[in-house]
Design a binder for this molecule. Structure first.
Ligand SMILES: Cc1cc2nc3c(=O)[nH]c(=O)nc-3n(C[C@H](O)[C@H](O)[C@H](O)COP(=O)(O)OP(=O)(O)OC[C@H]3O[C@@H](n4cnc5c(N)ncnc54)[C@H](O)[C@@H]3O)c2cc1C
Length: 461
């Protein structure tokens, strides 16, 4: 419980109406997408960068914990105040697109800008901001940068880090820093923006972000390939990506996922297929798109694709994407508890990774349906069990540990897009050596010696 003298001080900085400390609001800010729940002591809405600086300086002096929060859509607990303290919210005031610089193709935004609002604003002037997490309608650019969010277009366009040119941020002691420039090249000094990306609010509070924009491609086409086996589909993924064609998206659903979507939504999906691949290509010329699709079909068919369907119009494209977009909720047919991970491997390791996951499922007699962004080597792995059975839940966590071990053995990473937060903190020792963890901890101490900023996240303490 926070002392009221501290609340009075915050009110003197931001004004009474920019602080919530009543039960209903505290409850509303105690969740993210993990279903975990930790109540903050108060929620404070800075009006600008100077407010953030004043708040952090005071918290640093009084050792009050601060947790920055975007939309709270994180899957790993990054925005949860697991050690209590103040949640810093940006949605009230710091949610503006400050500039779209057409000459340099750059956008400057405050951290609370919603991803989709930025996409729409830049597309109105013929530009394109590609990172599109499935949470794009509500997740914020501050949260996207702090988690290094990816999305459906990453196979061709990369992820959030590929678009961050510069950041302004406030350090826990209140100092305001600029990192990076509105330049294509900048090799002066350490890459501080690079360290802040994916730092999950543990090092500094982002107050302004400068993002690279690119020209908007004029057209997109969608296609779907049906495969008899997952192994063949995974072969087709890495061989397509190495064939000289770069599709925008190369998404995958395995047999268990196809069945779950069909059982839930009755879309006429091929329930006997081993896997489906959904792909998008884009460009400015019809002939170019047709060439890309012909090349993809060739590689798919050489690798066991039994049917290749190109969407004739937007409605058919939407239909093809329906299964992929609704994969996650449909999986509840396999159990009330889902441990969903977003492991990522080098693409050529995908066939073996999937085989190892299904072997783990067989060993524990559980279902592990998989789908995801295979064009980036990123597999959403869902360990499904009956959440009301403690034995099953225990088994699920054992299986997850083996999922991580298989991923690491194949040269992969614990997280391709959702971050570490609280959920994956217990597994960091599997992926990093003691020396590497010590280096992470030294970086944390250099930014935040009093450990006031989002403590107990990322396995740092
Ligand atoms: C249905 C659904 C689909 C999703 N799909 C995807 C997907 O396709 N790809 C993907 O990558 N993720 C996805 N996510 C996860 C989530 O949306 C992303 O991680 C997103 O980037 C989080 O943004 P947010 O604004 O909700 O941040 P929050 O969840 O509020 O916060 C995330 C982290 O950022 C920190 N943070 C927030 N703002 C700041 C700031 N200004 N300064 C410093 N730190 C800050 C927080 O402390 C926290 O550690 C999905 C989530 C849901 C619920």
């Amino acid at each position: 419980m926070i002392d009221t003298k501290h609340l009075k001080h915050f009110a003197s900085i931001v004004g009474e109406k920019n602080i919530y400390s009543d039960k209903a609001h505290l409850l509303a800010y105690s969740y993210d997408a993990t279903r975990e729940h930790f109540e903050p002591d108060a929620v404070v809405f800075p009006r600008n960068e100077e407010d953030i600086s004043e708040i952090l300086k005071y918290c640093n002096e009084h050792k009050i914990v601060i947790v920055p929060r975007g939309a709270g859509s994180g899957f790993t607990g990054g925005a949860l105040p697991s050690s209590g303290g103040i949640v810093l919210g940006f949605e009230k005031h710091m949610n503006k697109i400050l500039e779209i610089d057409m000459k340099n193709m750059v956008a400057v935004v405050q951290p609370g800008v919603i991803n989709m609002d930025l996409q729409r604003a830049v597309e109105e002037v013929g530009l394109f901001y590609p990172p599109d997490p499935a949470s794009q309608e509500y997740s914020t650019i501050g949260g996207n940068v702090s988690e290094n969010a990816g999305g459906m277009r990453a196979a061709k366009y990369g992820i959030t880090k590929d678009y961050v040119m510069a950041t302004r941020a406030v350090l826990p002691n209140g100092d305001i820093i600029r990192a990076g420039k509105r330049t294509i090249k900048d090799v002066a000094g350490y890459n501080i923006s690079g360290i802040l990306i994916a730092s999950e609010g543990t090092l500094a509070v982002l107050s302004e972000i400068t993002l690279k924009l690119i020209p908007k491609p004029k057209m997109t086409k969608t296609a779907m390939g049906i495969f008899a086996s997952v192994h063949e589909a995974m072969d087709a993924v890495y061989k397509t990506m190495a064939s000289g064609i770069t599709p925008v998206a190369m998404e995958f659903l395995d047999n268990l996922t196809i069945r779950a979507v069909e059982q839930t939504f009755h879309k006429g999906l091929p329930v006997d297929a081993g896997a489906l691949l959904v792909t998008d290509v884009d460009g400015n010329l019809e002939e170019d798109l047709n060439f890309q699709l012909a090349q993809i079909e060739k590689v798919f068919r050489e690798n066991g694709c039994t049917e290749f369907k190109i969407a004739k119009d937007d409605a058919e494209a939407k239909d093809i994407w329906f299964a992929r977009r609704n994969a996650s909720p449909a999986l509840s047919v396999y159990g009330s508890k889902k441990l969903n991970e977003d492991v990522t491997v080098p693409r050529s390791a995908l066939p073996e990774l999937l085989e190892r996951f299904y072997a783990i499922a067989d060993k524990y007699k559980i279902n592990i349906p998989c789908f995801g962004h295979t064009g980036d080597g990123n597999v959403h792995t869902n360990v499904m069990v009956d959440g009301s059975d403690p034995e099953q839940v225990k088994i699920a966590y054992k299986a997850i540990e083996e999922v991580f071990q298989a991923t690491i053995d194949l040269g992969g990473t614990l997280s391709g897009e959702h971050g570490i937060g609280l959920a994956k903190a217990p597994y960091m020792h599997m992926a990093f050596t003691e020396e590497e963890m010590n280096l992470f901890k030294s970086i944390k101490v250099a930014f935040d010696p009093n450990n006031i900023l989002n403590p107990s996240k990322m396995g740092l303490n």
